[in-house]
Design a binder for this molecule. Structure first.
Ligand code: AMP
Length: 473
């Protein structure tokens, strides 16, 4: 079957011209399936992730059905201001010369200015729920006149606690005649909402969307807190000019700390988190979009809606608390056929969470070592540290292996006495000792382990030099 082309659709000429000048030829899967029913006026439920082309999937039908008359006729609700800005920008170019006034309405911007813009006449609104309600209550936005509602990234809005706001907005739209709902996942609340808000909807489920994960390599590295920076250094040292890296942390504080630490090791980064002013955020996003920023350290919420095709590396510096965030994070690599790698740093306490993420989405995430240094590079950009706490058992003991067996170490008492005397550690810091023919294991409390290792290597035991290492268990 020949590939469907936009020109097969007989679109409004100004939209077709805009699409042509953008260089788009074929609709994406979600566009192919959602645009025709939405153009005919039907309600549509679309399963789609960021990067699937969903914006145009609702943008094209909305633009076609709205007239330039200065009264709001359609509203798209988005979870974040970043996504709202992005959707707004896409609708603006997509309309070509239709002359529609399309306005973003989100918090964090000047209320008065936004109100004035709304008062001067708008056709399409793209906004976040809170500010839309605010503007409605202040009398600058007449929801009652709007006939088309689009909920973009409905699952994210649910996650972010916007559901009561959305119900309020829907409840204040008596003239609503068409509703389009896009979501990557369908938790029960969303399914209930589709039954409540939509009438005889056409459901467009993406085939590859049992898991909406792009074709990218997903790897995890077993690593404790102390050495995450080292591993990040290894990964970043492989970046070429064309690569862009997005590093996720779970807290704003960690974003700032990591930015500072990487900066010290001459990795120039920018940051994105919720405490930054809208202005600053937009600046950073633009820098990342135009490629002048290569490494971006961000929290989940701040990076929502960040739409960059060039992301080739995602690092989960912290594993996300919510399995859905994992998919949202890595969904940013490998867009539009580009290849990418997502690395997750997994400490002992994260192993369960990794399992949860894997099983929620049925993902293949392979365990890997941090990459070797690039050829010709001799020194690590960031040095590794002994990470005793990551290697210790729940009682804080780490296991040390010694390359000497029962012919040299004749009894556990002999070894523990020697350690206590030479390394000056207390008896309690020494745990189990296992002596076999060729080697010996001794458990030492993590606080004393470094000292014991050094002493075993430096001093002779019964006239012999021994080698000791941290044992992996
Ligand atoms: P979205 O999922 O709407 O955020 O779109 C992801 C990216 O794909 C954006 O940069 C769009 O501009 C781009 N895009 C959307 N539809 C198409 C298409 N049919 N052909 C080429 N690029 C597209």
């Amino acid at each position: 079957m020949p590939l469907l082309r936009f020109s097969d659709w007989d679109l409004l000429p100004s939209i077709q011209t805009a699409i042509d000048s953008q260089g788009w030829e074929n609709p994406t899967e979600i566009q192919r399936d959602a645009v025709p029913p939405a153009r005919s006026g039907a309600d549509v439920i679309g399963q789609a992730r960021t990067g699937s082309g969903k914006t145009a999937a609702f943008g094209i039908p909305i633009i076609e059905r709205v007239e330039a008359k200065g009264t709001p006729q359609a509203i798209a609700l988005c979870p974040t201001r970043e996504l709202a800005t992005q959707v707004c920008e896409e609708l603006r170019w997509l309309q070509g010369d239709c002359g529609l006034s399309i306005l973003p309405v989100y918090g964090g911007t000047d209320l008065e200015k936004q109100a004035a813009k709304l008062d001067s006449g708008v056709d399409i609104i793209v906004g976040t729920p809170g500010r839309v309600i605010d503007m409605t209550k202040r009398g600058h936005l007449d929801l009652a006149a709007i006939s088309i509602l689009c909920l973009d990234e409905a699952d994210r809005m649910l996650d972010m606690g916007f559901w009561p706001d959305i119900s309020w907005i829907v409840g204040n739209m008596p003239e609503r005649s068409q509703t389009l709902l896009f979501s990557a996942t369908f938790p029960q609340e969303i399914i209930d909402a589709t039954e409540e808000f939509l009438t005889n909807p056409v459901t467009v489920m993406s085939e590859d969307l049992e898991v909406e994960v792009p074709e990218i390599d997903q790897k995890w590295i077993r690593i404790g807190r102390a050495n995450k920076l080292w591993a990040a250094g290894r990964i970043l040292s492989h970046m070429g000019d064309e690569d862009q890296c997005l590093i996720f942390c779970n807290t704003k504080r960690m974003v700032e700390l990591l930015d500072e630490r990487l900066g010290k090791h001459r990795f120039e980064c920018s940051t994105l988190h919720g405490d930054m002013s809208q202005n600053k955020r937009e600046k950073v996003m633009n820098g990342y979009r135009d490629g002048s920023v290569q490494i971006l350290v961000a929290t989940d919420v701040a990076a929502r809606g960040l739409d960059v095709d060039g992301v080739t590396i995602v690092i989960n510096y912290d594993l996300p608390d919510n399995p859905e965030d994992y998919v949202h994070r890595i969904g940013r690599t490998g867009r539009m056929g580009r290849s990418g790698t997502a690395w997750s740093f997994v400490g002992r306490e994260d192993l369960l969470q990794l399992d949860r993420i894997r099983s929620t989405w049925n993902l293949t995430i392979d365990q890997a070592e941090a990459p070797e240094l690039p050829e010709g590079v001799k020194r690590d950009p960031i040095r590794a540290r002994m990470d005793w706490s990551e290697s210790s058992d729940p009682f804080g003991m780490v296991r040390i292996s010694i390359d000497a067996g029962s012919s040299i170490i004749r009894s556990t008492l002999q070894l523990s006495d020697w350690i206590m005397e030479n390394a000056k550690v207390k008896e309690l810091a020494i745990g189990e000792i296992l002596i076999s023919d060729d080697n010996t294991f001794v458990d030492i409390h993590s606080e004393s382990a470094q000292r014991v290792l050094e002493i075993i290597e430096r001093r002779e035991f019964e006239g012999q030099r021994l080698e000791a290492n941290l044992a992996i268990r």
